[in-house]
Design a protein around this ligand. Sequence first.
Ligand code: S3P
Length: 179
Amino acid sequence: MNIILIGFRGTGKTTIGKILAQRLDKGFIDADEYLEQKQGKTIKDIFAEGGEKLFREIEAGIIEELCLLDDRIIATGGGAILREENVRSLRKNGIIIFLDADVNTLYKRIRKDAQTQQKRPNLTNRGAYEEIEYLLAYRRPLYDRVADFVINTAQMPKNDAANKIIAFIHCHVMDLKCQ
Ligand code: S3P
């Protein structure tokens, strides 16, 4: 069984994923990084070449491939849940954890992240704040719908978030009564 982290840009998927991998002694894969390595191009280059459409095609292939693995922690790109085929693959052998946060927190985190310029092409013609607001309003119900467990990372230290996820997984996998 894989542990799959979903959620918007800046919710902490990669950081928390690495903590989980270390604590649970499992391999960690960042789907975007894997995609870039395999393509030999950055996500920004792929967007420049063929737009979001091309990126989503490539992303779907990567997700299908990663979901054939087992016992991994997988951080997905923020839009991975947009395609039903991806959701089906992710569900097949994965516990899905939705990392959520409010628009203000995400805006601040994304602005502070030095990788944003290279790694995060614009997804709309809106300003940075409005883009998050708009996309999150659309996507949050989708993240919610596919999640086995939701955790708000806005006010929570990363290690606490990891602890909560581990507690959930122990209950879920061992089917214990943990309430
Ligand atoms: C995207 C998020 C990015 C990356 C791509 C598209 C999105 O991943 O997959 O730029 O649609 O929200 P992160 O969530 O890791 O930034």
